[in-house]
Design a protein around this ligand. Sequence first.
Ligand code: GUN
Length: 283
Amino acid sequence: MAIIIDGKKIAQDVRNEVKEEVLRLKAKTGIVPGLAVILVGEDPASKIYVRMKEAACEEAGFLSREYKFPADVDEGKILSIISDLNRDDEIHGILVQLPLPGHISSDSIIEAIDPRKDVDGFHPYNIGHLFTGNPFHMACTPLGILELIDRSGTGIEGKEAVIVGRSNIVGKPLALMLLARHATVTVCHTRTRDLPEVTGRAELLIAAAGRPEMITKDMVRDGVVVIDVGINRLDDGKLVGDVAFQEVAEKASHITPVPGGVGPMTIAMLLKNTLNAAVARSK
Ligand code: GUN
């Protein structure tokens, strides 16, 4: 039976470390990290995430500001707020909760954010720096995955790492991060011809496809470290990952649960990125 990687506990450890750093930064420089969160529309999941992000900011001793707009707001209005926030010395991080309504271009909005304040790590400037191996802000979910792997002591260098899913938010940036940490990286997707053959080679398997329980025990080898990024709500209301947890846990050496695995790490890393932005500003 696998060791369960406790994301809730690791996320809380990171949040406590951030909180201590905030006290030190405040005492030394008078700077309080500030995060601005922009929420457009009424998507229930987005509202919950935004509330959780604000609560985490408060706990860490950050300044947190929320900007809420109706779903039919003009793109120009959002761009103008971002422009103000770019020049606002109290604000070190700007986050626009995605997805945005169809009439607003996510690319234009993300590109309007000052890359130094892009604590989501989505701006092409930050993606470019990740690509060339000299990163500044990196996306929170893949960063959280690295933190889980590091703090569970399982190792990355030299490992055969397989990622299932090629999204801009998880799969693609994670591939670059694991490559920078000297893993041999394979990225699978919907057109991968023989998925079980590829996942079966993995020593480190990251499931980020958004398909409930698609990774089954016949697709993994003994001793694999499994990180499950999926959050899927089944018809009966049950929350499951992309991994069939019970059966895969019989073969894995380590595995993350859903919920309580990768999920809590995203907000913890958002705090860390915002703190880093404030520290960079203090120099
Ligand atoms: N929507 C889903 N995940 C994310 C994320 O990491 N950041 C933002 N801004 N929106 C999201």
